[in-house]
Design a protein. Structure first.
Length: 214
């Protein structure tokens, strides 16, 4: 089966931290979605491409204990209505737009967990787990190897594979979504050929991520 460019959507998200779970104090606080961006094959986001918003701030679902501002530059001003939409609205819109699409991104399990969504594993293209990229950066891709669970940062993939630098100060979801799509596009033909032949050109994630993939 050959997929058209319009079949692909790339996602990137940002989060803040909430209260620490008493049953898992080592977790460092609950991660809550505060920004989500989807871009298409051409890197377009929001109403330029789709009949709904796809580049928005999201209101946290619980008390924020750490805005992680040094990571993404966001603070309380960005996360209140009308600048931000409710989590339920963001989740419903993303779920609707992802239906029957191939989901591209970096460390997709992170975005799926933040959105409390699942996606068919065969319809994912994760540049963090793609073996050809990992090996280029010296990461292990051996099946069952504990070190194969580590993954290269997106900025390193972009620097080595695309030979360009990303925003050095903050994580920008629009830039991240577009960068992941750019990486996928440069290997799409080889990647899809492996999938077409019933192979899988990516490392297998630990089983504790299975609940995010159908």
């Amino acid at each position: 089966m050959s997929y058209s460019p319009d079949s692909y959507l790339s996602i990137a998200t940002n989060f803040v931290l909430g209260p620490v779970d008493a049953n898992a104090p080592e977790s460092g606080g609950k991660k809550m979605l505060v920004q989500v961006t989807l871009c298409d094959w051409r890197g377009q986001t929001g109403k330029e491409s789709f009949p709904s918003f796809l580049d928005v701030y999201v209101t946290p679902t619980d008390t924020v204990t750490d805005y992680c501002t040094t990571t993404h530059g966001l603070d309380a001003r960005h996360l209140l209505p009308p600048a931000a939409v409710p989590f339920s609205t963001a989740k419903a819109n993303v779920a609707e737009l992802l239906r029957d699409h191939i989901l591209v991104g970096h460390a997709l399990w992170t975005s799926l967990a933040l959105l409390e969504l699942t996606h068919p594993a065969v319809l994912t293209r994760d540049v963090a787990t793609y073996s050809a990229f990992r090996e280029r950066l010296g990461y292990d891709s051996s099946a069952g190897s504990p070190s194969s669970w580590a993954y290269p940062p997106l900025k390193d993939l972009v620097r080595v594979i695309m030979r360009r630098d990303m925003e050095p100060l903050f994580v920008n979801t629009t830039e991240s979504a577009r960068a992941a799509m750019d990486l996928f596009r440069c290997h799409r033909e080889v990647w899809e050929a492996v999938v077409l032949n019933k192979g899988w050109p990516c490392v297998i994630l630990p089983s504790y991520y299975n609940h995010l993939y159908t």
